[in-house]
Design a protein around this ligand. Structure first.
Ligand SMILES: [Zn+2]
Length: 251
C-alpha cells in the first residue's frame, strides 16, 4: 500500500461541490458517527454557477468537508457545464474508485434535469465497472503509477431534482440540524441575494424545498427526515429479519 491509496468505506460523487451535501450529508454524518471512513469526489468546481467563483466554492467545500468529518475530498475539475460521459472521464473517475477502494459508492441519479448531474451519474456507474477490470490499466494522474483494480460492493444513486421511488431511505432525523448547517456553508449558493428574475436555487424558498424534500422522504419510512437512494440492481440481503424487518417498511 502506498500513499496513492486512501481506503474508505463510502465514496460519494457529485457533479458540483454542493451536490453531495444537498443529497447525502445526513447519510455521511451517520456513517461518520458509526466510525466509518467517508470521502467525496466532486467532478467539477462549479465555476459556471450563476453566483460564486470557483475559489469561493473551493473554500466552502473545504469547510463543509470538515463538518462532514470526511477522510478526504478531491476535485477532478472536469469542467462545469461541460461534463460528458466520455471514455477519458470514465477513466478519471475509475481511477478515483481505485484510489479510495470503497465498499459503497453514492452518485447522482442519471436522468436528472441538470446535464452535469445526469453525466456524473452515468460516468460513475460506468467507472465502477472499469475499476474492477484487472486488464484495464489506470494510472494516477500526477505520478503515472498504475492503480490496482478494485471492486466496489454496491453503487447507489441519489435522486436530486427528479422524484424517484427510492429502494431505501436512510433515517437522518438526528442529523438534520447538522445537515442544514453544512448546506449553509455554501453561502455563495444559498445565502447571497439573488436578482429579481432568478427564482430557483439561491432563493430562500430553495432552503425550504430542501427541508420539504427531507420530510417527504422521511415520511416514507415514518420518520422526520430521510435521504433516498435507488439501487439499480436487486439488493442481496443475508438476514431478512435483522436487515429489513426492524425498519417498519411498508406498514
Ligand atoms: Zn449540482
Amino acid at each position: 500500500m502506498t500513499s496513492l491509496y486512501c481506503p474508505v468505506d463510502i465514496l460519494a460523487f457529485g457533479a458540483h461541490p454542493d451536490d453531495v451535501e444537498l443529497s447525502c450529508a445526513g447519510t455521511l454524518l451517520h456513517a461518520h458517527a458509526l466510525g466509518q471512513r467517508t470521502a467525496v469526489v466532486d467532478c467539477t468546481r462549479g465555476e459556471m454557477a450563476s453566483r460564486g467563483t470557483a475559489e469561493e466554492r473551493d473554500a466552502e467545500s473545504a469547510a463543509a468537508s470538515t463538518l462532514l468529518g470526511l477522510t478526504a475530498r478531491r476535485n477532478l475539475d472536469l469542467g462545469d457545464g461541460r461534463l460528458m460521459d466520455t471514455q477519458e472521464f470514465r477513466d478519471a473517475v475509475a481511477a478515483e474508485i481505485r484510489r479510495f477502494q470503497p465498499r459503497l459508492i453514492l452518485c447522482p441519479a442519471p436522468g436528472d434535469r441538470h446535464p452535469d448531474h445526469d453525466a456524473a451519474g452515468r460516468l460513475v456507474q460506468a467507472a465502477a465497472f472499469y475499476a474492477r477490470m484487472k486488464t484495464r490499466v489506470l494510472r494516477d494522474a500526477e505520478t503515472g503509477e498504475p492503480l490496482a483494480a478494485h471492486s466496489p460492493g454496491l453503487v447507489l444513486v441519489y435522486p436530486m431534482h427528479e422524484l424517484e421511488r427510492p429502494s431505501l431511505v436512510i433515517d437522518i432525523s438526528p442529523y438534520w440540524p447538522q445537515k442544514m448547517e453544512i448546506v449553509r456553508t455554501y453561502r455563495s449558493q444559498f445565502l447571497n441575494p439573488m436578482p429579481d428574475d432568478y427564482t430557483f436555487i439561491g432563493t430562500r424558498d430553495y432552503l425550504h424545498a430542501i427541508e420539504a424534500r427531507g420530510m417527504f422522504y422521511g415520511n416514507m419510512i415514518q420518520t422526520a427526515y430521510g435521504e433516498p437512494f435507488v439501487a439499480r440492481s436487486p439488493l442481496r440481503i443475508a438476514d431478512l429479519l435483522n436487515d429489513l424487518a426492524g425498519g417498519k417498511a411498508g406498514l
